[in-house]
Design a protein around this ligand. Structure first.
Ligand SMILES: NC(=O)c1ccc[n+]([C@@H]2O[C@H](COP(=O)([O-])OP(=O)(O)OC[C@H]3O[C@@H](n4cnc5c(N)ncnc54)[C@H](OP(=O)(O)O)[C@@H]3O)[C@@H](O)[C@H]2O)c1
Length: 264
């Protein structure tokens, strides 16, 4: 029987690459994003390239009640895979960043993701099968000066996903937290980090590599997936350092990465 996957933030970047992988594996897809034009383009691409059954659902997932609205739309479907991928960053000294943007970020990364996970997990547990992939970040492993709310939200996603993955072990349902390092997508452009040191030195990972790594980890039911040797090595080294040193180092690298941006 054809399996169904729901992917948020599917119109671009890592979400789009995950949609390609699912379409190649003959999943029926429900693509979710807030940009109808981009979403329709992706829908047509997948239908044309893979002959997939694809549906688009346009919604801003950063508003109150979005998870319930989306769930209402898919409540009669048997969802085999849920990918909570939609996300964005807010950069700057916390005292100066825009509260409305940070509120939307927390709504999207924390409330919508948690609510969707609960609603679909309950259905998956009833049939003893299903896979949930929550996109966190390597930002989840430490506090991040100049992106404080983003880093904290990704820590939430990692901690939450790991805990629930443990709770449902052996049930037939698995949860995976995908933790990419800096990746070449619109995310970096929107943050205004296009001209950063990381970007200029071609240190950004490719979105298709990140998606494939996360997809394979999800299929294997791994709780945590960190794409890239360098990211895994950095996280391992951080583990042996005092947290005060890690935070100071991260602040230093943020400044080195974008020297004109964080003067004080
Ligand atoms: N790129 C990186 O360096 C990196 C590193 C670690 C983790 N991540 C995480 O990876 C995930 C995917 O990001 P990406 O790099 O692929 O970025 P991206 O290219 O900007 O794609 C994100 C997609 O999510 C959509 N989206 C954003 N806010 C939304 C909302 N409120 N409702 C519905 N859709 C929304 C975006 O739509 P619009 O284009 O219309 O905004 C876009 O299509 C995010 O959770 C991000 O935090 C990214």
């Amino acid at each position: 029987m054809t399996k169904t996957a729901v992917i948020t933030g599917a119109a671009d970047g890592i979400g789009y690459e995950l949609a390609l992988l699912l379409a190649a594996d003959a999943y029926r897809l429900l693509l979710v994003d807030k940009d109808s034009e981009k979403l329709l383009h992706v829908q047509h691409t997948l239908e044309y390239r893979f002959g997939s059954i694809v549906e688009s659902y346009v919604i801003d997932l950063a508003v109150d009640g979005a998870a319930e609205q989306l769930f209402e739309h898919l409540k009669d479907m048997k969802v085999d895979v849920l990918i909570n991928n939609a996300g964005f960053g807010v950069k700057g000294a916390f005292a100066e960043t825009d509260w409305k943007q940070e509120l939307a970020l927390m709504q999207l990364h924390i409330i919508t993701l948690t609510r969707l996970t609960k609603l679909l997990l309950q259905k998956m547990l009833q049939v003893h099968e299903g896979k949930i992939l929550n996109v966190a970040s390597t930002a989840a492993f430490q506090p991040g000066p100049y992106m404080a709310v983003y880093y904290a939200s990704k820590s939430f996603i990692l901690s939450f996903t790991r805990a629930v993955a443990q709770e449902v072990k052996g049930s037939g349902v698995t949860l995976t937290a995908l933790c990419p390092g800096p990746t070449k997508t619109n995310f970096q452009k929107i943050l205004g980090s296009d001209d950063s040191w990381l970007n200029r030195n071609k240190w950004l990972a490719d979105a298709d590599m990140v998606a494939r790594y996360g997809y394979n980890a999800m299929l294997k039911g791994k709780a945590v997936a960190i794409p890239g040797y360098i990211s895994r090595l950095i996280i391992l080294i951080e583990h042996f350092l005092p947290i005060s040193v890690v935070v100071a180092l991260l602040q230093y690298f943020q400044k080195k990465n974008e020297p004109d941006r964080f003067e004080h």
